[in-house]
Design a protein around this ligand. Structure first.
Ligand code: SF4
Length: 770
């Protein structure tokens, strides 16, 4: 139910691959509700229907240029297909759809038949598996029973134990629980939580105004009461798992999408394909009347575009306009959206509020009045910030917030350095100029504060840790920062700027060579695009816009592609704060080579992982060439105090693309750690990981998970494209990441925010192929 790039497109397809079930749950909407179309359908989807369905999906994805589509295998019970046929179905879907778009495969099962062999098969094809479980034994077996009357609880728990194994954990996508208000809400919640699902879906039993849900006689909002009890406990627990219903209400309360057709006004983008190839609408409509989900179209006769235009589906996609008058006037309509479409049915039409209207209203008001304590974030960041940063597709907005937070931190550090200046001493004029510029041209100061190595200098200055090259700068470097900001603002200033080892460096602008001065200072006057420097009887005039090196001027050069440009940072004296030694100033040939490789690498990133390109564009500021190691291998590094700076050895474009994505993940993690506690410092622990021989502390493992998940994602895509050797690299990174996630979770060394981040990363990986 993600809002797609093209509003008219469908992006989620439910395939009824097997239309019978081995359970006989009495609340099942497929067999027990008004629509009885299952009786006339073939038991299994034939290979012909499957191929036609896959073809229609691929055709639709191509026509709408969809970046991905989701196909959910459903039934009945899809595992009744058996391993052999299931393998053929999955292979056929991948064969037809994968070349056109990214295929996300899922399955909803009762779990009864799940075996090791089937798990291997599902893992091989990267199928995310959701299992239906209604709670503890009493709750589950109230409805989820075999025809014999025996409960299914033991079989389902066995299936979930399989899915929790490290080998299958990544295909475990969550639990689906149908609410029965006769069950104890907390016992249900606790028993679901005990299965360690990545997500829980609570479903209200399907019902209509003609056939309303069961309620205790005295309680008109029993479903709200039940869900409220779960919400309160979940909130008090610090939201240990994603609960789609609650996440959706919190998201819509903040103006975000609902992510589900159950709530909110997101357009519906789902269609069902039955075993005989008929296009249908969502199964929930089976509860309205016999034939309600029918469209009269099949995959043989109609493309998905025709289905999307079906009047009932079009109405379900029309947001507020498709609601009853009462809903349109309702104060919580943006969050509720009239509830599930099927639940609005009564007396032959859908122009009613939901039959759960009173419950939904009460629950929404309760959630709004009792928002969860935000995951502890400083800087007033939104509560879903962690989820946005964990998303594999990248989030430019979240990176923008990290950049803002970093600039605020650097401003505070600059003020602290200024506090330590002796009154009227060197640097005091620079600080005065900087504060004046901050009032008249704050963007120019922000631009300098966003430079990674300004922070590195400030921390060095305040702590005396001694990073930087031999030209390490003291507090008077504030004047250099002010002069650089003045140049960006086009504001004339006159300042005494320090010269170290014959070089005067203005961050982000360039370096003036003044060997006569050695260690000292030069008077700098800034003009529009120009500098005039005086030291004793030496006077130097510089045009800062000159593209190449001049006898006394080394401008900071750029690495650029049509939609991005970052600094090629080979002059800043504080760039040498990385784990590996920075290289010297490049000659023009070396710089041109870097520019060419960067432009090609950028094209690779845009092509393979466009979400990461968005992030890098928002946050990468500088690339520092590293000195080549004797081993000649490609190496790269980020520094804790230099957000937005990546240092790397010269390499080919494909490797540089991976290094940039990998290292920027570390940079993001460092910035996140600046504003959010992710690791519980009271439980120090060392954890063995796949990528290092020595046990690592929890924070380092967290870094590794975050970076390696991104690298695995790139290699997964390269493997999809049949790049030689990519499959093995993908598997290595994926396995390292998955094992480290398991180890970190077992170590219980994370804060709730850290746990949430790791869970989200794990969830993102759950649909990846094995
Ligand atoms: S709470 Fe009731 S009236 Fe309001 S939008 Fe939901 S179903 Fe409609």
């Amino acid at each position: 139910m993600a809002p797609g790039p093209a509003r008219a497109a469908l992006t989620e397809f439910v395939l009824k691959v097997h239309a019978r079930c081995d359970l006989a749950c009495d609340h099942c909407y497929v067999y027990e509700h008004a629509d009885q179309s299952w009786r006339r359908r073939p038991v299994r989807m034939t290979p012909e229907v499957l191929r036609a369905a896959a073809g229609r999906i691929a055709e639709h994805a191509a026509a709408h240029d969809l970046p991905d589509v989701t196909v959910i295998l459903h039934g009945g019970e899809p595992l009744l297909l058996g391993a052999e046929r299931l393998g053929e179905v999955l292979a056929d879907l991948r064969r037809v759809i994968d070349p056109v778009t990214r295929l996300r495969l899922g399955m909803q099962t009762n779990g009864v038949l799940l075996s090791e062999r089937l798990c291997d098969l599902l893992a091989e094809h990267g199928v995310a598996v959701g299992v239906s479980l209604d709670g503890d034994r009493a709750a589950n077996d109230r409805h989820r029973r075999f025809r014999s009357g025996a409960g299914s609880y033991d079989q389902v728990l066995r299936a979930l134990a399989l899915l929790r194994r490290p080998a299958y954990r990544r295909i475990y996508s969550g639990l689906l629980c149908t609410v029965d208000v006769r069950n104890d809400p907390i016992a249900v919640y606790e028993s679901l939580l005990a299965q360690e699902p990545p997500r829980i879906d609570f479903l209200l039993p399907h019902a209509t105004w003609d056939d309303p849900p069961w309620r205790p006689a005295s309680d008109g909002t029993a479903y709200a009461d039940w869900l409220r009890a779960v919400y309160d406990r979940w909130r008090a627990d610090g939201r240990p798992v994603s609960v789609r219903l609650f996440d959706s209400l919190l998201s819509t309360a903040a103006g975000g999408p609902s992510g589900t057709e159950w709530l909110g006004l997101d357009p519906v983008d789902l269609a069902v394909i039955e075993t005989d190839g008929e296009w249908e609408q969502a199964d929930s409509l089976k509860t309205a009347y016999d034939g309600a989900p029918a469209t009269g179209m099949t995959v043989f006769s109609h493309p998905a575009d025709d289905v999307a235009a079906d009047p009932l589906l079009a109405r379900r996609r029309s947001g507020r306009a498709g609601l009853s008058d009462e809903c349109r006037r309702c104060p919580v309509v943006d969050q509720c959206g009239g509830g599930l479409f099927a639940h609005r049915y009564g007396a032959g039409h859908f122009d009613h509020p939901s039959v759960y209207c009173a419950d939904l209203k009460e629950l929404i008001v309760h959630v709004n009045e009792n928002p969860p304590a935000p995951v502890r974030l400083d800087a007033g960041l939104p509560d879903d910030f962690i989820d946005r940063l964990a998303a594999p597709t990248g989030d430019r907005v979240a990176i923008g917030r990290l950049v803002e937070a970093q600039i605020a931190i650097v401003r505070a550090l600059l003020a602290e350095v200024a506090d330590r200046l002796p009154a009227g001493g060197a640097g005091a004029d620079g600080w005065a100029a900087l504060t004046a510029l901050d009032r008249s041209a704050p963007e120019s100061v922000a631009r300098i504060a966003a430079h990674p190595y300004v922070r590195a200098w400030a921390v060095d200055c305040l702590t005396g840790t001694g990073t930087g090259t031999g030209a390490r700068q003291g507090p008077d470097y504030l004047s250099a920062i002010a002069a650089a900001a003045a140049l960006h603002a086009g504001t004339p200033v006159r300042l005494d700027v320090p010269v170290r080892s014959g070089r005067l460096h203005l961050p982000t602008v360039g370096t003036v060579l003044m060997p006569e001065v050695g260690d000292g200072a030069a008077r700098v006057e800034t003009g529009p695009g120009s500098l005039r420097l005086t030291a004793g009887d030496v006077t130097v005039a510089i045009h800062t816009g000159e593209p190449g090196d001049a006898p006394r001027w080394w401008p900071t050069r750029m690495l650029a592609a049509p939609d991005v440009s970052v600094l090629l940072e080979d002059g800043d004296p504080h760039r040498d704060c990385h784990r590996l030694p920075a290289g010297d100033r490049l000659d023009d040939t070396g710089a041109a080579r870097w520019a060419e490789t960067f432009a090609s690498a950028w094209q690779v990133i845009r092509d393979e992982v466009p979400g990461h390109a968005e992030e890098l564009r928002a946050g990468l500021r500088a690339v520092v060439p590293l000195r080549r190691s004797g081993a000649g291998v490609s190496e790269a590094s980020t520094a804790r105090q230099a957000f937005g700076g990546v240092a790397a050895t010269e390499t080919d474009a494909g490797s540089l693309a991976v290094l940039l994505v990998h290292e920027f993940q570390h940079s993001k993690m460092n910035a996140l750690l600046d504003i959010c506690d992710l690791v519980d410092g009271t439980r120090p622990i060392d954890i063995t990981v796949g990528w290092r021989p020595d046990p690592r502390p929890a924070e380092a493992v967290l870094h590794g998970i975050y970076a390696h998940a991104a690298v695995a994602d790139i290699w997964r895509i390269r493997a999809d494209r049949q790049v030689d050797g990519a499959q093995a690299v993908y598997r290595r990174y994926r396995d390292w990441t998955a094992e480290a996630i398991g180890a970190l979770q077992r170590a219980d060394a994370l804060t709730p925010a850290g746990s949430r981040l790791v869970r989200q990363v794990s969830r993102s990986m759950s649909g990846w192929p094995s």
